[in-house]
Write a protein of this length. Structure first.
Length: 124
């Protein structure tokens, strides 16, 4: 990529709970694929999407394999811009210590500002 070309800023907005649909898992796969194409990728967890990062998920009774720990590979794909909505955490009784990866917790005003800076918002 030349100096003149800037990578596309893509923010993945993870809003769905981790189980009961394929949104969270498919979103994670698309995030990893996008990173391989040298895009400026960031991930925002909000609403029930914050539950995808919760430590200690036991999916045995659901009959599916848990994938929360897979978010740990994002850093290996140079995805370091991982954000969580503060209000979503609080509404679910969670703190940063309850999450499987390190994140930056943001206030709603900052989230709106960051979303406006993106070229593409990809909701999952």
């Amino acid at each position: 990529m030349s100096e003149e070309e800037q990578p596309t800023k893509i923010m993945f907005v993870m809003r769905k709970p981790p189980h009961g649909s394929i949104y969270a898992y498919e979103g994670l796969e698309v995030i990893l694929i996008s990173a391989a194409y040298e895009q400026d990728v960031s991930v925002m967890f909000m609403g029930d999407g914050v539950l995808a990062l919760k430590k200690g998920q036991d999916t045995t009774e659901l009959g599916i394999k848990g994938f929360a720990k897979t978010y740990g590979v994002l850093e290996g794909y140079d995805i370091e811009k991982i954000y969580v909505d503060k209000l979503s955490l609080e509404e679910r009784g969670l703190t940063e210590d309850d999450l499987v990866i390190d994140v930056e917790v943001l206030e709603p005003a900052k989230i709106n500002e960051m979303m406006n800076e993106q070229h593409v918002l990809m909701p999952f």
